[in-house]
Design a binder for this molecule. Structure first.
Ligand SMILES: [Zn+2]
Length: 179
């Protein structure tokens, strides 16, 4: 079975000076961006409305952002892996370009649900990988699905519903309350 996928950004991270900022984990599809059914098509890239407030608070409060995503359809197509890698890279570039936010890394589980891997959320392998790379304070996991909240619970951190956070100053209030 192929390993889960790390972006080149994560590979660089291993050689960087340790980042001491606290970490917030984010799901990708329908948390940061609109999901068109795991298409990983950069031409359809679209931020979720309101996500700019989340990024702005992340910047003001100086936290590390890591993205943890299940991409179970990746291996169904020959170019699936290439498209996923490009899309994740594009996501990081757009975050820098649109909001001036650096995403520390994107980790994807590429296995179908039937594979029974340990990385697919609510499995914890991807979250534990981030912990190995930066043994910092983990504030929470922002997602939209039960699998995100379950993973957060098993990891021992708060799971936060993106929909609730997109209204008003909920994310900012939560974040400043943590720090
Ligand atoms: Zn997996």
């Amino acid at each position: 079975m192929a390993n889960f996928l790390l972006t080149p950004d994560v590979m660089k991270y291993k050689f960087r000076v340790e980042d001491s900022r606290p970490v917030v984990l984010f799901d990708r599809d329908n948390t940061l961006i609109h999901d068109e059914g795991n298409s990983n098509n950069v031409e359809k890239f679209e931020w979720l409305r309101g996500v700019e407030k989340i990024f702005s608070s992340s910047k003001i409060n100086d936290i590390q952002i890591w993205v943890i995503t299940n991409q179970s359809k990746t291996l169904e197509k020959d170019d699936g892996l290439i498209k996923l890698r490009s899309f994740n890279r594009f996501l990081c570039l757009r975050a820098e370009a649109d909001f001036g936010v650096h995403i520390s890394g994107v980790i994807s589980c590429i296995h179908p649900q039937s594979a029974g891997c340990k990385c697919r959320k609510p499995g914890l392998l991807m979250l534990e990988t981030v912990k190995k790379m930066c043994s910092r304070q983990f504030l929470g996991f922002v997602g939209d699905k039960e699998s995100d909240f379950l993973a957060a619970k098993d990891f021992g951190i708060p799971g936060l519903d993106i929909i609730k956070l997109l209204y008003g100053s909920a994310f900012e209030d939560w974040l400043t309350g943590c720090l």
